[in-house]
Ligand binder design. Structure first.
Ligand SMILES: N[C@@H](CCC(=O)N[C@@H](CS)C(=O)NCC(=O)O)C(=O)O
Length: 210
């Protein structure tokens, strides 16, 4: 088994944090997105969408989508549980993870992709869309701050995959110069607590790398 991944990129980072939390080690192969290695025929044969991460099994089967990969490791290595512990809890984690994907990560990556020089000449950048994502992200941070007044982590009292998705969203947002405003005390507290976890600290993107 091997994991096709890319340094810094937020979706591979979700899997890297998840594996570190589980204490699972999987051999990795780095793909250089800047050199467009993800669009070379060998990689497109693994994922025709040209996206990382991809988990390649020994029989050649390739599993893409970071949450599908995390789900595989949740089933194969149940401890510690990161997708919830019973029917209601698992559904609650699912709800929050999807919210973190659609409300946080999508806006952070949208801003990064459409405003950051890293993507110049690589994709068709629509600056106005990037700025809309920045504004929406600001609104969603206020919303999340209110939610976090009620509990320690995104989905409840325990650290889950929803926290992983959110912290990876905030990480790439920082590269696009989206900062959590200090007055959002609950979100700031959550960000500090989660950022100090070894799995998160070890995979943090540097703003210079893009
Ligand atoms: N929904 C996919 C998204 C994967 C994705 O967008 N990966 C990015 C890196 S974070 C990528 O491979 N980008 C390459 C490109 O757009 O050229 C997942 O959750 O794994």
């Amino acid at each position: 088994m091997k994991l096709w991944t890319a340094a810094v990129a937020p979706n591979p980072r979700r899997v890297a944090i998840f594996l570190a939390e589980k204490g699972v080690e999987v051999p990795t192969v780095g793909i250089d997105l800047a050199k467009k290695e993800n669009y070379e025929p060998d990689f497109l044969a693994k994922n025709p969408l040209g996206r990382v991460p991809v988990l390649e099994f020994d029989d050649g089967f390739c599993l893409a989508e970071s949450m599908a990969i995390c789900r595989y490791f949740e089933e194969s290595h149940p401890e510690p549980p990161l997708f919830g512990v019973d029917a209601r809890d698992r559904a609650t984690v699912e709800m929050w993870n999807r919210r973190m994907e659609f409300e946080i990560m999508l806006n952070m990556t949208g801003c990064f992709r459409h405003t950051h020089p890293y993507w110049e000449g690589r994709i068709e950048q629509v600056a106005a869309y990037g700025e809309l994502c920045r504004m929406t992200a600001a609104d969603r941070m206020k919303w999340l701050d209110g939610e976090l007044a009620e509990r320690e982590y995104i989905a409840g009292a325990a650290f889950t995959v929803a926290d992983i998705t959110a912290i990876c969203g905030f990480g790439i947002g920082r590269v696009a110069k989206i900062r959590i405003p200090e007055e959002l005390a609950h979100l700031t507290r959550w960000n500090q607590t989660v950022s100090e976890r070894p799995s998160v600290a070890a995979t943090a993107p540097s703003p210079r790398k893009g």
